[in-house]
Design a protein around this ligand. Structure first.
Ligand code: ADP
Ligand code: MG
Ligand code: MG
Length: 909
């Protein structure tokens, strides 16, 4: 019989942590915690397969489910010694959702289920505490009505506010039992009024109502949006957890809290969390009262006046500390936990791998490896390469003037400035118009997710480090300042005020998520200071990887940046990019528009000087590391002047009539520039261009060779080669120029001539090309265009639909297509190496910085990847991970190979 329900409790569980697909993250970890002996209230999990079945069968459950739930509930009754719906000793449960991936706040939980007018009396009598019993009851009626019956929560909150006013108290927990009793009555009246039906009193009806609500919520709009943003497939489904209640609201020896086993913001190995005395469930996250710190140290450093858990419940605190180390030792990762203390006894309600900032992720990986909890390789494998990218984001310029108007909690690091908006929708609208926006809210809820995503940064005036805004912003890598209580937000007037300062919608605000500061106007930022753990991770990555990482760079600034980030050479100098600016473009146009060789040579003279200077600078900066200079490649249209003024300035520079320039410009228009007169075709028709460029490179090499200690490594690269004849002709020009320069300068230098492989024909001809080419560089942008027959500039109009329809999984211009383009590269590498075994091969282009593409390069056996300077650290880590992964696979293969014969040898005979 199919098993739809899994039990946990009493040190035992049917499930394990690895069964997240079936039990959801929460259910799998509850099972795991129970089986390693942590104090988990008993319960059971309805699997994600129930959810799948539910949606495949018109919202009907599998027929065995009722019985399996009844049996599981009976087991919980035995384990707790209580009975569901009993009028003397009632069992109460929570009904909790839990998908494979954590979807914070997406699905709602119902607590205290099983209460009705009878069981509440029993609970009051048994606990000897009417306040507690009715506090639980009013919470239940409200939650159930909200989550299951779909009644707006405002209806209830009004009554709660009124009750507090009447009693003259501020906090929920100060209400008297009779207030709470009345509150339950008014809540139920609301239900009657809104639904025209009584609130369900039958615990069984309540249970199935709640289970159905969880399954139904898998398809609510909030959940759908979250899934879209996080690439979570719809077919995963959610599990439902039913668990015996424990109570943090039974008095002052009770509490509820959330914690991270290490600081999620910095990664420091310090226990970090918040709790509330005499409270239940999500009170901490919802920010109904100011939460208290766990440790004395945190209390002091945050200047909190309320005592810490370490002070008010020292023995529980100690127990929690030991749970903390037990969990880390078990999961080998930082955990995010939920706990509840009921009358001096600790219960664990949840654990999962904690979300953390990029700096924290690195710190934790490094620390855990140093503590011996994980190996260096595990530390490297634990980091998503894109985290590194977040680290490289700017922070506020320390020297900049800033007018701090308020301060909140430093909830998610990084600095961001932008126009203030007060709603998620407005954030989306303005960011679509190209504005940078800062989303300002009193607090955020799951309904604001799209706004958080669209904003550069988030500012809230209420809530702590574990509030919704803080958690979500950290996950998305957005800077966030939370709980800036000094700021008053007025949604209707669309403005915020602090003292005498008013900031209206559309005005600029800067926030610093690392300090919690809020400033008016745009404050300048500086590039990030990379911390010690960044350096350590990079060092470990360099030890582990076998591919080299180079950068694509033309300007000295880019080259310096790339070197600072650890680039081991320049894999691509796009020489045409050196001619886009100022007067340079005029000379370039003059060259392109020249009608005869003489005019062309005149323009080339000018370009030679600039080119030589630029390349000299690059050789100097790279200091003995290889620099691959690509000959001019642009489709001509990128340089043809379009305006009269542009043509006039070319005419002037060339000393020719404007009319001639006009005519020539018209002649050079192409129907299909990407496949037109570009790349080596330019140099074939105008060999003097190739000659000039080779001269610039070699004169630079000669000069740097004379003056620097380390000899430059010059690699001259021919673009868009399709035939060996093209390469042969140009290699001839290049060699002749090199010989000439050597003679003129009376100095020798070494260089290589290589080719780009960016056309299918070149890939096919790789064996022959390798007779002449001394290196290959795969230009995967063009190779993708020509393999697919797909123009990168035009693909945007239909690729999104291809993705939506599942025809392509990934944009092939972002992530290398392993089957088509990858095959061509594999083949070219094999053919090239069979001709010239020691040939260096790498890729340049966007794919060089994409982790998935880097893994493909590792598998193909390329020598290096080349990417933009800011991606270099990402590529170093991704290359290390690819190497570790493939080594791991090889080791596995050889070990299975090794054991196979042994099995045969020691067979039954
Ligand atoms: P979420 O996925 O939003 O975190 P949870 O299912 O974890 O939702 O529950 C919401 C809150 O209710 C949490 O604070 C959790 O600790 C608390 N809670 C859930 N089940 C129980 C229970 N059986 N006893 C006491 N508190 C519970
Ligand atoms: Mg929730
Ligand atoms: Mg939770």
């Amino acid at each position: 019989m199919a098993k739809w329900v899994y039990n946990f409790g009493d040190g035992k569980a049917d499930g394990r942590a690895e069964m997240k697909n079936l039990l959801g993250g929460k259910g799998a970890n509850l099972a795991e915690m129970a089986s390693i002996g942590l104090p988990v209230p008993p319960g059971f999990t309805l699997t994600t397969e129930v959810c799948t079945h539910f949606y495949q069968n018109d919202c009907n459950y599998p027929k065995e489910l009722t019985q399996q739930v009844e049996e599981a509930l009976a087991l919980v009754q035995t384990r707790t010694g209580r009975v569901f719906g009993d009028s003397t000793n009632p069992l109460l449960v929570s009904v909790r959702s839990g998908a494979r991936a954590s979807m914070p706040g997406m699905m709602d939980t119902v607590l205290n289920l099983g209460l009705n007018d009878q069981t509440v009396e029993a609970l009051a009598k048994k606990s000897g505490d009417r306040r507690f019993a009715f506090d639980s009851y009013r919470r239940f009626v409200q939650m159930y009505s909200d989550v299951v019956l779909g009644i707006e929560i405002n209806h209830f909150e009004k009554h709660l506010e009124r009750a507090k006013e009447k009693r003259g108290v501020k906090q929920d927990c100060e209400l008297l039992p009779e207030d709470l009793e009345k509150l339950v009555k008014s809540y139920k009246a609301v239900v009657q009024l809104e639904l025209g039906e009584e609130f369900p009193e039958d615990p069984n009806a309540q249970l199935w109502g709640a289970i159905g609500a969880v399954f139904n919520s898998w398809m609510n709009q909030r959940a759908k949006t979250y899934r879209q943003l996080h690439d979570i497939p719809e077919w995963w489904g959610t599990a439902v957890n039913v668990q015996a209640m424990v109570f943090g609201n039974m008095g002052n020896d009770c509490a509820t809290g959330v914690a991270f086993t290490r600081d999620p913001s910095t990664g420091t190995n310090e226990f970090y969390g918040e709790f509330l005395v005499n409270a239940q469930g999500e009170d901490v996250v919802a920010g109904i009262r100011t939460p208290q710190e766990l440790t004395i140290k945190a209390r002091k450093s945050h200047g909190s006046e309320l005592p810490s858990l370490e002070e008010v419940m020292p023995s529980i605190f100690k127990e929690l500390l030991s749970v903390r180390s037990q969990l880390e030792a078990h999961y080998k990762d930082m955990q995010d936990i939920e706990f509840t203390i009921q009358q001096g006894k600790l219960y664990m309600l949840q654990t999962r791998n904690g979300k953390r900032t990029a700096p924290a992720a690195l710190q934790i990986a490094v620390d855990m490896a140093k503590e011996g909890l994980i190996s260096k390789s595990q530390a490297l494998m634990s980091l998503k390469p894109d985290l590194i990218d977040q680290l490289l984001h700017p922070t506020l310029d320390p020297k900049a003037k800033k007018e701090v108007i308020a301060k909140g909690l430093p909830a998610s690091p990084g600095a961001a400035g932008g126009k203030v908006v007060f709603s998620a929708d407005e954030a989306v609208r303005r960011s679509k118009d190209g504005d940078k926006v800062i989303l300002v809210r009193i607090e955020t809820s799951p309904d604001d997710i799209h706004g958080l995503h669209a904003a550069e940064g988030v500012l809230t005036t209420r809530g702590g480090m574990t509030s919704h805004a803080a958690v979500v912003a950290r996950g998305m890598g957005r800077p966030c300042v939370a709980g800036a209580g000094g700021i008053t937000v007025d949604y209707t007037a669309a403005k915020l005020t602090v003292g005498s300062v008013t900031v209206s919608e559309g005005q600029i605000l800067t926030i610093d998520g690392s300090t919690g500061e809020v400033m008016v106007g745009e404050v300048p930022t500086v590039p990030p200071q990379l911390s010690g753990s960044f350096g350590i991770i990079m060092e470990w990555a360099d030890e582990a990887r076998d591919m080299k990482v180079r950068a694509n760079a033309e300007t000295p600034a880019d080259a310096r940046q790339a070197k600072e980030f650890g680039a081991e050479g320049i894999g691509l100098v796009r020489t045409e990019h050196m001619f886009f600016e100022g007067q340079r473009i005029v000379a370039m146009r003059q060259m392109i528009l020249a009608t005869d060789e003489n005019d062309r040579r005149q323009a080339l003279e000018k370009l030679l000087v600039m080119q030589r200077e630029d390349i000299t600078e690059l050789f100097k900066i790279m200091d003995g590391m290889p620099v691959t200079v690509r000959l001019l490649d642009p489709p001509l249209h990128e340089f043809i002047p379009h305006t009269e003024a542009e043509m006039a300035s070319v005419a002037k520079a060339a000393g020719v009539p404007l009319d001639r320039v006009r005519r020539r410009a018209a002649e050079l228009q192409e129907a299909n520039p990407m496949l037109g007169h570009r790349g080596c075709r330019l140099a074939i028709t105008y060999p003097e261009i190739c000659e000039m460029q080779a001269r610039a490179i070699f004169e630079a090499a000669a000069e740097v060779g004379r003056t620097s200690k380390k000899l430059p490594v010059a690699e001259v690269m021919v673009p868009l080669v399709a035939t060996t004849e093209e390469l042969k002709l140009l290699k001839g020009v290049i060699e002749k120029t090199a010989d000439a320069v050597k003679k003129e300068q009376g100095i020798t230098f070494t260089y290589k001539v290589g080719t780009m492989i960016e056309l299918p024909r070149a890939a096919l001809q790789a064996g022959k090309l390798a007779e002449m080419a001394e290196f290959f560089s795969f230009g995967t942008n063009d190779l993708t265009q020509t393999t697919y027959g797909l123009s990168r500039d035009d693909a945007g109009s239909f690729l999104p639909e291809y993705k939506a329809k599942g025809i392509v999984e990934q944009d092939p211009f972002v992530s290398l297509d392993p089957d088509g383009v990858g095959e061509l590269i594999t083949m070219a590498v094999q053919r090239g190496r069979s001709t010239r075994p020691d040939m260096k091969m790498g890729i340049c282009g966007e794919h060089g910085g994409d982790p998935a593409s880097i893994e493909i390069c590792e598998r193909i056996g390329l020598d290096y990847v080349s990417c933009s300077p800011f991606r270099v650290p990402v590529a170093r880590l991704a290359a290390a991970q690819s190497a570790l992964k493939t080594q791991g696979e090889k080791a596995k293969q050889s070990s299975t190979k090794a054991t196979k014969p042994r099995v045969q040898n020691f067979g039954p005979w």
